[in-house]
Design a protein around this ligand. Sequence first.
Ligand code: HEM
Length: 524
Amino acid sequence: MSKETNEHTSAQHDELTNRQGHPVTNNQNVRTVGNRGPTTLENYDFLEKISHFDRERIPERVVHARGAGAHGYFEAYGTVGDEPISKYTRAKLFQEKGKQTPVFVRFSSVVHGGHSPETLRDPRGFAVKFYTEDGNWDLVGNNLKIFFIRDPLKFPDLVHAFKPDPVTNLQDGERIFDFISQTPEAMHMITFLFSPWGIPANYRLMQGSGVNTYKWVNEEGKGHLVKYHWEPKQGIKNLTQDEAEKIQGKNFNHATQDLYEAIENGDYPEWELFVQIISDDEHPELNYDPLDPTKLWYKDDIPWQPVGKMVLNKNPEDYFAEVEQAAFGTGVLVDGLDFSDDKLLQGRTFSYSDTQRYRVGTNYLKLPINAPKKDVATNQRGGQMEYVVDKGKTQNPHVNYEPSIIGGLKEANQKGKEHTPYVEGELKRETIDRQNNFEQAGETYRRLSDWERDDLIKNLVTTLTPCRKEIKQTMIDMFMKCDKEYGQRVADGISKMEDENTSHRNPIGNAEADEAVEQAEKLG
Ligand code: HEM
């Protein structure tokens, strides 16, 4: 769009207009017959104002509805350890030391709704959009480094179990543990989630992780398996349940507020990006599958190597336009980055753009927050809210197809050798070998510090005690398999709480309900 048209369309004054550009001379009163009404139907300004308002909300994200975002940049180090990074990836954003790439980040909680308290126990989302010279790259991660499940077919069930009961609309620990008790691969994630690591103090004081295994591809087309991790330079802080409740009693937006105010005050949060790199094979020496997202790749075995840093230095100008309509997806990769065979990752890759076409609309990638900061040239046309045609510099605008000998867009040249992994096998529905569902969960339990372990046990006991017997027993059996002491402490805690009969599934205090009746009479 030319500068001239821009100036013409964006108001250069502070006079209120409607969307048609008509001046609004009375924004206080609807048009009525006399000043007591009735109103008339041709109240165009009122009808336009109210009908736009009626449509102000788009569907909230089915998960990760509550979030906060910020702009900033990523700065590359150009190396991995002592080696040039080009040995592993040809992705341009990483190559030169000091090279900066603009980013937009959205942090979020997962299962709770759009305005839910930011103190609730939940993983936190950590999604980064890099606007690279080769187009966008989205690294859609969480604060925790592992996930509940390894098969994408289970994701809707997992989310349903954690979301409110479809009848009562209450989140219910029994539904959660009913599902988890039949999902042993979730034991590791549950151990993190019910410990203080399930309530980061705020977004600035948490780590991030890509969780899934990806690939890096170099100029020769050779792939390596990689995992990504963000380490906050501000430090890491998590909350006990009690600490979180105290904050929640006073402020249910504390994490959004903390991020916004830090950036407004020039106290820009920074994270360093680390990668773990291993050869692209099955790694029989490990007692887990490197493609299994329920497992940590321990630092001692596979070192974290710094590859760059990210600084967030600008708040969004409009929450809805930038944060709410931002759309991240695991399929959004640039040359030099690739998928691994991680099944969860492959399932995710369908889900994100599918939901965004529904949630935001067919042309969601044309919104400034989602569009790459480079020219786009496609043969895609139409769809709701189409307003810029991505025809690129085609010499013949009639040709919106390819191939053509009369004009139109041409295929780009492949840069670097293509990564062409060889795939062979029976088509089947089967879980992976080397499931090893309990060992790392037990190790994580043992690696927690005392106060973290105490809080973990307390939180598990409080949530499990009101559940029915079979669920409790299955969960205790599984905690025992992770670590004998872990299982015993949960079992003892449950028996104690049962004896004291202090558990209540949905605590609601309404004993004082009559108190205000008299007052209501008085107030008229
Ligand atoms: C958001 C699906 C696993 C991180 C979403 C959304 C969907 C989804 C549908 C909403 C997107 C939107 O409306 O824009 C899935 C599926 C998964 C899965 C099907 C597994 C099969 C994961 C995992 C992680 C993760 C393992 C962490 C690595 C996120 C984040 C967001 C998100 C951070 C919020 C992005 C934003 O801020 O807009 N996911 N997800 N998800 N997911 Fe997943």
